[in-house]
Design a protein around this ligand. Structure first.
Ligand code: ZN
Length: 175
């Protein structure tokens, strides 16, 4: 099990490296992806995770199955990690002009929350874990995730951009 790295660790501030296209299916990267999914699944409030957050400075992020399934389809004792979506060497190729001020937190900045301006819509182009290129558009929370996670790959944390930062007592959350 990989622990989730917390703010203050240098790996969160590095620009992550692209995964060589021909090595996506190599054991090294498949293992990193597996560890990312497992680490994300340990976080009841987590919806996405970037590779630097488990100490791996590569351009990969994973979005939880929670974002793509109905709540009642999910067995919490056996989370369907095959339904997590993997984004390798992601690039935001399109964004809406319209921005929203959204409430945001981060699994690497416990337990702070703040408001961040994000494009209302965003489209990402990436490779999946089989090395196939795809493009996916999202709005609202999914668009916010795309922007938050690609920031991670450039060493940017939401607290760099947030306003009205505040601490939320973990005892009041799902934990
Ligand atoms: Zn984060």
């Amino acid at each position: 099990m990989s622990d989730i790295v917390q703010i203050g660790d240098d790996v969160l501030r590095k620009k992550a490296q692209p995964v060589p296209r021909g090595e996506i299916t190599a054991e090294k990267f498949q293992d990193i992806i597996k560890r990312m999914k497992e680490a994300l699944a340990t976080q009841p409030d987590g919806v996405a995770l970037a590779a630097p957050q488990i100490g791996e400075p590569w351009r990969i992020f994973v979005v939880s199955h929670k974002m793509f399934m109905d709540y009642d389809e999910i067995d919490p004792d056996n989370p369907p990690l095959d339904r997590d979506r993997v984004f390798i060497n992601p690039e935001i190729v399109n964004t809406s002009k319209k921005k929203l001020s959204m409430d945001e937190g981060c699994l690497s900045v416990r337990w702070k929350y703040g408001q961040v301006e994000r494009h209302k819509q965003a489209t990402v182009r990436a490779y999946d874990e089989k090395g196939e290129e795809f493009q996916l558009g999202g709005s609202g929370l999914l668009a916010q995730i795309f922007q938050h996670e690609t920031d991670h790959l450039d060493g940017i944390l939401f607290v760099d951009k947030a306003e009205n930062l505040r601490d939320i007592n973990p005892e009041n959350s799902n934990h």
